[in-house]
Design a binder for this molecule. Structure first.
Ligand code: FAD
Length: 397
């Protein structure tokens, strides 16, 4: 039997200071929040404590679908956070959605990652979907349906110029054929926004198409992964998946604009990173003993700074939308770097216990690795920051 020290009461002020900087971040995210955000976040915390957190270790161990967690989150309206009330949503903004991802990630990063991609699709649907599709999708999302996003495919190139997945019409109406890799949320997605090449009068152009998973969509493989093991990330095969003109998002050939728009807010893996590092720090602070005090303090400082920096970047994204791409790049690159560093330092700080799979430290460490790799990959984020610092010398992507 493994004896835990998690019941030891917190005996330092450090935890309160982490909470203080988390509050700073929350306040920045809630700057434009509508009425009702506070009771919703209280209900969220309750669901996280009672359902999401208790399931997290098993979801990770068995690479299982976090179905109970997602159902409980859906029951309080979390799948419709940014959806206007007229469609059955909660009518909040991306700031509240960002907090849902960050808070959920403290307990279960896999559940949070599924929600993060869902929120990106909701945003795209609100802005770019054809009205004939948009309204019904928003109602379904508000009622618990989940969406996924498939940009990645083998050999597509860093700027996604060589896409093999195609939208075509060979006499049976428009259809999608191709293979997308690293698509998160495959066990729960009812809709996937697929990045593909569409026929244009003068060649092909990168385009997003909304594909219903009921027809022509097969899960080829769910990857055994180092971290985020409950996300059902894998390969999806599209075989003559039927679509209509109303499934095209934002017009044929408009994907570059939609990809850029996806990076103008904080809904990126930086949120997962903050939550993962925060969950690790909370666990470490609960288990702290005399020998670990200073190493914990040293580890927690960058986390406090990351929350504080993230708060400023969230404010800056709203205040200066023209530079939001650089700010979201800063947020993603910084938060994910800190999460990898914090989780790596905390594991040995716990002594041999940190190495045990029965403690959460090694799970947080593995989950943190994924956040740096997930798009936009950190190197791309740093290129955007460099563009912002050196405006005359822009990177081609
Ligand atoms: C857990 C997980 C979940 C994911 N979920 C999804 C999902 O739901 N949907 C989806 O579409 N994708 C998803 N992805 C894929 C992810 O978006 C890609 O892995 C990411 O965009 C990087 O692409 P790549 O793997 O092709 O690497 P590449 O972009 O080919 O990068 C390879 C190397 O080149 C470097 N590099 C890349 N770009 C530049 C640049 N501009 N300048 C200099 N160096 C560069 C990188 O640092 C890296 O070392 C997921 C990935 C992970 C790990």
């Amino acid at each position: 039997m493994v004896v835990t020290r998690f019941s030891v009461p917190i005996s330092t002020d450090w935890r309160n200071m982490v909470s203080y900087f988390r509050e700073t971040f929350s306040r920045a995210c809630l700057a434009d929040a509508s009425e009702g955000a506070a009771p919703f976040l209280a209900a969220l915390d309750e669901v996280i404590d009672s359902v999401v957190e208790p399931a997290a270790a098993q979801v990770d161990r068995d690479a299982a679908h976090p179905g109970d967690a997602l159902d409980a989150l859906s029951a309080i309206g979390a799948t419709g956070v940014q959806i206007p009330r007229e469609f059955g949503g909660l009518g909040h903004d991306n700031g509240v959605a960002a907090l849902v991802v960050e808070r959920t990630a403290r307990a279960c990063a896999s559940t949070a990652a599924i929600l993060m991609f869902h929120y990106q699709v909701v945003n795209r649907t609100l802005t770019y979907a054809h009205p004939a599709r948009r309204d019904a999708d928003l109602v379904a999302f508000a009622n618990g349906a989940l969406a996924a996003s498939a940009w990645t495919e083998p050999n597509a190139g860093r700027d996604k110029t060589d896409l093999r997945t195609r939208l075509h019409d060979d006499g049976n109406g428009p259809e999608v054929d191709g293979v997308k890799t690293f698509c998160t949320g495959l066990r729960s997605a009812t809709v996937i926004d697929v990045l593909l090449a569409a026929d244009l009068p003068d060649g092909t152009g990168p385009t997003f198409v909304r594909v219903d998973t009921k027809a022509g969509v097969e899960i080829d493989e769910i990857y055994p992964m180092l971290g985020l093991r409950g996300t059902a990330t894998g390969t999806v095969r599209l075989r003559a998946a039927p679509v209509t003109a109303t499934d095209v998002l934002g017009g044929l050939g408009s994907a570059k604009q939609l990809m850029a728009a996806n990076h103008l807010n904080a809904l990126n893996p930086g949120l997962l990173a903050l939550g993962i590092a925060s969950g690790a720090a909370d666990a470490a602070l609960r288990a702290a003993g005399d020998t670990t005090r200073t190493v914990l303090a040293e580890t927690v400082l960058p986390l406090e700074a990351a929350y504080s920096y993230a708060a400023e970047l969230v404010r800056a994204m709203t205040a200066d939308p023209d530079r939001a791409l650089g700010h979201s790049g800063r947020f993603k690159a910084h938060a994910t770097t800190v999460a990898r560093q914090v989780t790596q330092q905390l594991l040995p700080a716990m002594g041999s216990r940190g190495f045990l799979a029965t403690f959460p430290f090694e799970r947080h460490l593995r989950d943190a690795q994924a956040t740096a790799l997930m798009g936009p990959i950190n190197q791309l984020c740093l290129n955007r920051v460099a563009d912002d610092l050196l405006p005359g010398d822009r990177h081609p992507t």
